[in-house]
Design a protein around this ligand. Sequence first.
Ligand SMILES: Nc1ncnc2c1ncn2[C@@H]1O[C@H](COP(=O)(O)OP(=O)(O)OP(=O)(O)O)[C@@H](O)[C@H]1O
Length: 324
Amino acid sequence: MSPRLQIDAMVVEHRTKRGVVHAVAGVSLELEAGETLGLVGESGCGKSSLARAIVGLNTPKSGAIRIDGRDTDPSRRGAQARDIQMVFQDPYGSLNPRMSVRELVEEPLSVHRLGNRAERAARAKALLERVGISAAMHDRLPHQLSGGQRQRVGIARAMALEPKIVICDEPVSALDVSVQAQVLNLLLDLQKEQELTFLFISHDLEVVRYVSHRIAVMYLGVIVEIGPAEGVWSLPLHPYTRALMQTAGDAERVAATGPMVTLASELPNPLHPPSGCRFRTRCPLAIEVCARDVPALEDFGDGHRVACHRAREWAGTATPAAHA
Ligand SMILES: Nc1ncnc2c1ncn2[C@@H]1O[C@H](COP(=O)(O)OP(=O)(O)OP(=O)(O)O)[C@@H](O)[C@H]1O
């Protein structure tokens, strides 16, 4: 059976005055129905550029997007544009400040000419109630809502067209910690009810681990490690993944499974990415071959794949860290 979502050799470039930014440099991913793939990486690694290309907000330079095995129409019009929706980090920026909550949720239904006026109103009401926005708030404007309520409206809007796939781009990063779990749990409940596929982008490794079946790690436009969430978590094999986990306060666990990697310098200039392995200029383990050859994603078992010339050296000997 075809995967629900297949991204094949996606390339996204941004033209700037200083040159071309290679934001996504050939990313391929497959996601099953009902699956969450968490995507992590530092700011500037290309996560949003990839997400925006998948929902049609960026035009990729090349690559294919398939839903249930069918190529999507690059013009992204019609029914198929409904299949992939996005939940943004900052719902305030993506919600028209002059529209009421009710109008905001009705809008996608009107754009796609679904139902008559009364049916759209009823559907918007049901969606808002499902995401926890009570009837008393349906006439309010976005600025009259809390951050968590605004994100719930953003989620209702994304769900209005009954998508198969939802790209969640840092959906809880702008929220107070106290409401983050509520919004995450709402997303997980909706996923179960509707067998939704999530691409879940976050720089917060704990959040990604909480929601994801699999985790992909992106560095400077490429996927450097991907695998089952607990596998990647307990035995991170790419030096960049190890560095991210170490920075996130997991030094002890990382140290138990191989070399420590500290991220010293800044992300290289994306206008001129390094030759060979893109991470090698920041990698304390880099050797000659790393500057010469681009490492392929190699399978280490159970679908845990890593693009590193040196990962084998500790992969065979290390014992996965105990699950916290
Ligand atoms: N519209 C644009 N025009 C020019 N360059 C862009 C544009 N959007 C992104 N970039 C550049 O592309 C690269 C990848 O950025 P992107 O926002 O996709 O990364 P990210 O990992 O999502 O980061 P963040 O978490 O900060 O959003 C960066 O170098 C960024 O400066």
